[in-house]
Design a protein around this ligand. Structure first.
Ligand code: WT7
Length: 688
């Protein structure tokens, strides 16, 4: 039977205790949530602590239509609250003080730790006082570039407590990318760690930050303070003075070493660089939260933009909190006794909403994992599931596909029967991976939540609910509460027929939607609202089947999704053309059986330059330096000419065909010079 016909009914053992027990119940709640959003979310808002409750009149005010004026979204505008207070103090007051907030599982299976809600609150208060002592005030932006350690959540929550806006940059980004984000976000304080092990690799995070700070310095952007967590053992470190900021240690070279341990060289700039533990030593253990109006910024997080320059997606206090909390509760069908584990890095939105804010808002116990799926062997995930008796687990299709390749034995070695809900996020999941997840990891006894969402949406927007919605492998099923999806044709007509692909858009705001692009509201409007007035446009394509299930088919703009990381082709192209021998570059997405997609790059050389292995290596290195190792191109081929329309537009559609060696090019009547196509086919690299 074709996999798109498979249906899995909710499992009885899940349904019995579920928050939502049937499709009808889901429908009723969903209808209320979209018809009377203020009433629906108003009830949920009551579960939180407010210094001043939001009024019914001002619960939701918005303009979603560019034709009516500027886009604006305001939830609970006159409410006054503090997100950190709701994550910690509220839970401690409700008797959860001694409950574990986080288990920490290190890269090395011997390394672990834990922290209760009460302990976390104290650490956060201390660090809040530290931030204040460094001069950080309400509204200031603070950059965080850290590994997956408990201090990362302490830093985030401390920002939230004092009303500073955190801007977390994923620890895999290069110095150049970090510098770009520090400057764009106007950050003057950055928090990092000395280094981190990822599998057998040792990363010198501080050196990457140093490289970024040097770039900032050259641009006259001053970083006042760099707070460094000592995460490695002191005897692994060699500290050297960095007085003049000389550039000998420009860490654009991958600061990665192999085991066995060697000493990390840490450059130390007096006055700017400060150890976390020294600042914490004398910090006071209590700190009154800053009471903030609901629409005050909470954090920004950069995501790739199709023009190449990353966008600082801005989320605000109360709406984001309500949405992260509510999606967490319903999508993972959270119950007090659960042990929850999301494998995402906090450097991505999944980690913001479902490692930090969503679980804490619910008083949950969860796991922070520092390591990687294959270290020390491909059984690591399941060893952790067994060790902590994880009941709710959340990961990405690329991880599932990677582990699937190593076979079932690594899973069978461990007891995974504690699992009840298995989440997936980041890209469409292929039915084979879905079925392996369901049958092998879940033993056919756990529900799968294929959650579609984006950095911009703040939380899940299309997703099953474990006790209520029959599953179809590969479909993110139905909208979450508050979400009104439509599928539109290129010219904005609503598609009503089944199985016709269109643009996936949403009709009215939900509490977790982004409010603006940091420092560039016009770009926010252009990117998400101009193409289809009245709708938020996701940039993804989707279709609805005859049962109303939504199937997301992937990006329709010039973005590619590599292992769940969104990259823009323009961003890779602009890195490539920085090479002196490259005149022009065009990058397209090509399917990849583990990563989902990978990049396939066409490069046109400058007069006299030669295409060879050396150049390929240099180009790969360049992209790693400019963006980060995870953006490394998979294929690079020479392109003496690119297929272009007569008006000079690169025909990416044709390049995508060449990348997969498919000669069914479709209509090429608008191509200026058809002869380039044959040349490109003949120059495809070996193994591609
Ligand atoms: C893009 C957003 C949201 C956290 C991770 C990525 C793709 C995400 C799914 C899914 C199909 C998905 C979309 C989306 N995507 N989840 N379950 N099924 N596609 O966040 O970096 O903002 O990327 O990821 O293309 O637009 P992001």
């Amino acid at each position: 039977m074709a996999t798109d016909r498979l249906i899995f009914q909710p499992l009885q053992r899940i349904q019995e205790n579920a928050h939502v027990k049937s499709f009808e119940e889901y429908k009723t709640l969903h209808t209320e949530s979209v018809q009377e959003p203020s009433k629906f979310w108003g009830k949920i808002a009551k579960q939180f602590y407010w210094k001043k409750e939001p009024s019914a009149e001002k619960f939701l005010q918005y303009n979603f239509d560019v034709k009516e004026g500027s886009i604006s979204i305001k939830w609970m505008e006159d409410g006054v609250t503090n997100v950190c207070y709701n994550m910690l103090d509220r839970n401690v007051k409700n008797g959860l003080g001694d409950k574990i907030a986080f288990y920490w599982e290190g890269n090395d299976p011997e390394d672990c730790g834990k922290i209760t809600y009460k302990q976390l609150l104290e650490k956060v208060c201390k660090f809040s006082n530290v931030l204040k002592s460094l001069g950080v005030k309400k509204g200031d932006t603070v950059a965080i570039y850290m590994p997956m350690i408990i201090e990362l959540t302490v830093a985030m929550l401390a920002c939230a407590r004092i009303g500073a806006v955190h801007s977390i940059v994923f620890g895999g980004f290069s110095s150049t990318s970090l510098a770009e984000r520090l400057m764009d976000g106007n950050c003057h304080v950055v928090i990092t760690a000395d280094g981190v092990w990822r599998g057998t690799k040792l990363l010198n995070l501080k050196a990457i930050v140093d490289g970024a700070l040097q770039i900032c310095e050259k641009t006259n952007h001053k970083i006042e303070k760099c707070v460094v967590v000592r995460h490695l053992s002191p005897d692994m470190e060699k500290i050297v003075a960095d007085e003049a900021g000389d550039s000998s240690n420009n860490s654009d070279d991958d600061p990665i070493a192999k085991r066995p341990c060697r000493t990390l060289e840490l450059k130390w700039r007096k006055g700017r660089d400060v150890w976390w533990h020294e600042l914490m030593k004398n910090a006071a253990p209590t700190c009154e939260p800053e009471w903030l109006e609901a629409e005050t910024p909470l954090f920004m997080l950069y995501t790739s933009g199709s023009t190449g320059k990353p966008k600082g997606v801005l989320h605000t206090q109360a709406g984001y909190m309500l949405y992260a909390a509510t999606t967490f509760k319903y999508v993972f069908d959270y119950h007090a006794e659960d042990i929850y584990w999301c494998t995402a890095d906090v450097g991505w939105i999944t980690g913001h909403s479902y490692v930090c804010y969503g679980p804490l808002a619910n008083g949950a116990t969860s796991i922070i994992f520092e390591g990687v799926p294959l270290y020390p062997d491909p059984g690591r995930f399941w060893a952790i599931v067994e060790k902590y008796q994880v009941s709710k687990f959340y990961t990405a299709p690329t991880a599932i596909r990677t582990l699937m390749k190593y076979g079932d034995d690594y899973v069978k070695k461990y007891d995974t029967t504690s699992l009840k809900v298995l989440g997936t996020v980041g890209e469409p999941i292929n039915p084979e991976a879905w079925l392996w997840y369901y049958n092998v990891i879940g033993n056919g006894q756990a529900a799968i939540s294929d959650t579609f969402w984006q950095t911009e949406t703040g939380g899940h927007v299309l997703t099953p609910l474990p006790g209520a919605i029959p599953l179809k492998p590969g479909s993110a099923t139905f909208p979450f509460f508050g979400i009104m999806p439509e599928l539109l044709t290129e010219d904005g007509q609503i598609i009503t027929e089944a199985n016709v692909e269109g643009y996936l858009v949403f009709k009215q705001p939900w509490p977790g939607i982004m409010r603006t692009v940091f420092g560039n509201h016009e770009r926010f409007e252009t990117t998400y609202f101009k193409k289809f007035p009245g709708y938020y446009c996701t940039g993804d394509g989707a279709k609805r089947d005859e049962d109303g299930y939504i199937w997301v088919t992937g990006r329709i703009d010039d973005m590619l999704n590599v292992s769940g990381h969104l990259l823009s082709t323009a961003e890779i192209e602009s890195s490539l053309i920085e090479h002196p021998n490259i005149a022009e570059a065009a990058v397209v997405a090509r399917p990849h059986d583990v990563k989902g997609e990978c990049s396939y790059c066409f490069v046109t050389l400058c007069e006299g330059a030669e295409f060879n292995e050396e150049l390929t290596k240099e180009l790969i290195k360049l992209v790693r330096q400019k963006i980060g190792p995870f953006a490394q191109p998979e294929f690079i081929q020479e392109a003496p000419g690119l297929p272009k329309t007569r008006s000079g537009k690169i025909m990416r559609r044709v390049l995508r065909k060449i990348a997969v060696n498919d000669r069914n090019l479709g209509d090429v009547s608008t191509m200026a010079d058809e002869s380039v196509v044959e040349t490109l086919f003949s120059l495809r690299p070996k193994g591609a």
